[in-house]
Design a protein around this ligand. Structure first.
Ligand SMILES: [Zn+2]
Length: 275
């Protein structure tokens, strides 16, 4: 962890410093080596929070984009269950930075626990993940250019398959300075999903509107707007398909209805053999 309590204050680790865990009150030791980022570790056991993931530079650089008093915040449910959120904003959005693979049951549990949750996922866990993801982006025309929203056929990307049906927003970080890709939680079709391009600075700014009115939740509005663009687009396409004169090009999810189930199944089967 980045913080432990020393003399009543949340402090970052320094060599030889001892503190206590802000969640369980047990002793913590500052680990200040040369391999991993400097962090606090529970004395004698791994962690008091089973959801905690060992931090990397990637985790730490994301946390550092937000005010200190939003970082590593204990979130309590009415049942008494508590976990340490990576970041919790002044709009009660919890941002979880996820590097390693997460079992679907734990993902669902965390979605249910935090409710207003955004996953920020390290897309560079394996080199092929980034390659697959961007290859799929080139396959289909966008449904919107501003903001840029692209449908992505599910069979081509292991990372998207891993995060399919997210229920909450998921943002993939492939280490590019300009672009992150937000997987839109709602999808009008089960065979493909939609991703929206958002800048790193833009995503951070949507959560840092601390000067605006208390009821104004910019990130919630942003996600709603993405969902509406996608559903409006799907409704328009469905209308076009029901008329005799069909447009020349379709997204692949709609093309499958035209090409027939047999051909579509073959395409899907071939695509799944890619990884
Ligand atoms: Zn603890």
């Amino acid at each position: 962890m980045k913080y432990a309590v020393v003399n009543g204050e949340r402090i970052e680790p320094k060599p030889s410093l001892k503190g206590i865990c802000q969640s369980c009150n047990l002793p913590m030791i500052a680990k200040c080596g040369e391999v991993r980022v400097w962090h606090w570790s529970h004395a004698g056991k791994r962690t008091c929070d089973p959801w905690w993931e060992n931090e990397t530079e990637w985790h730490r650089s994301w946390k550092n984009q937000f005010p200190i008093d939003w970082q590593e915040i204990i979130h309590r449910a009415e049942t008494g269950e508590k976990h340490i959120a990576d970041v919790k904003t002044n709009r009660d959005w919890v941002l979880e930075f996820q590097h390693s693979f997460l079992k679907p049951e734990e993902r669902r549990a965390r979605n249910g626990f935090y409710k207003k949750l955004v996953w920020i996922v390290d897309g560079n866990r394996r080199p092929r993940m980034k390659k697959q993801f961007f290859k799929t982006l080139d396959d289909i025309s966008p449904v919107s250019r501003d903001p840029l929203i692209r449908p992505v056929f599910l069979g081509f990307s292991a990372l998207l398959e891993e995060w399919v049906n997210p229920q909450v927003p998921v943002v993939f970080d492939f280490g590019e300075e300009s672009s992150l890709w937000c997987l839109i939680p709602t999808s009008p079709d089960e065979m493909y999903v939609h991703v929206a391009e958002i800048s790193r600075a833009g995503l951070i700014a949507l959560h840092q509107d601390i000067t605006t009115q208390a009821c104004h939740d910019n990130f919630a509005n942003y996600i709603l707007r993405l969902g509406k663009i996608v559903s409006d687009y799907a409704a328009n396409r469905a209308r076009e398909l029901s008329t005799p004169s069909l447009p020349a090009r379709y997204p692949i999810g709609l093309s499958r209805r035209l090409m027939g189930f047999r051909q579509y199944s073959d395409l899907l089967h071939r695509s799944r053999r890619r990884f």
